[in-house]
Design a protein. Structure first.
Length: 219
């Protein structure tokens, strides 16, 4: 699953002319501690609850915008990349842009936790993302390759490659965290590896990130 599929339908960016008072109301309504600030379709940065709470209610948010420092993601980035960025930074929303750096929306911690809890992603294992044409996709062949390496496919997500409707991205959730031999076998069969997300077991830092996200939702 990719960023453009996770965009929140409820959270909207601030304008640089919005007041801190308004921003606090929006944060309270949407249950987030950060909001992006957008001007003419371009992401300027973020404001946080802590920054706003120390200001006069009439102060414009443009006065306290935090610089971007790469706190945004492309619409084609994988779910786990968004989760990692969010948990590593402590931000409760991540702004999403397209290839032209145009603002497209936000992914919030709520969407991340919903996806994580509602799928086999909570089970131990790793993920391999393959790039291919729809005509080349064969679950039977992929299962054979995976099982040849003493692993099982727990779940499959098939998505159109962002910006290229002639290709799809196939995300294979597997029941083991060590994926090197499976990746090597797939490459021998001429599969294009888009990305690999290993060590999704209970000892990995993804468990810590997930616990952080759950803790946030319960505050």
């Amino acid at each position: 699953m990719f960023a453009e599929e996770l965009l929140s339908n409820d959270i909207f960016p601030l304008k640089k002319t919005d007041s801190c008072e308004s921003a606090l109301v929006f944060m309270s309504d949407w249950k987030v501690f950060h909001l992006p600030v957008v001007d003419n379709g371009k992401l300027l940065g973020y404001v946080s609850y802590d920054d706003i709470n120390n200001q006069s209610g009439k102060t414009k948010v443009e006065k306290i915008i935090q610089p971007l420092v790469q706190l945004y993601a492309n619409k084609g980035q994988h779910f786990f990349e968004i989760m990692k960025l969010m948990a590593d930074t402590g931000f409760t929303v991540i702004a999403i842009s397209d290839e032209e750096a145009e603002y497209k929306g936000v992914v919030s911690v709520k969407e991340i936790v919903q996806v994580y809890k509602s799928s086999s992603l909570t089970q131990p294992g790793g993920i391999i993302v393959l790039e291919m044409t729809p005509q080349d996709y064969s679950l039977a062949e992929l299962s054979r390759i995976v099982e040849y390496n003493d692993a099982k496919i727990l779940n499959v997500f098939v998505n159109t490659l962002p910006g290229n409707f002639s290709k799809v991205l196939v995300s294979l959730k597997l029941n083991r965290p060590e994926l090197n031999t499976i990746v090597q076998t797939l490459e021998r069969y001429q599969y294009r590896i888009h990305s690999v997300h290993q060590s999704m077991d209970q000892s990995s830092d993804f468990s810590t990130r997930y616990e952080w996200l759950i803790k946030y939702l319960n505050t």
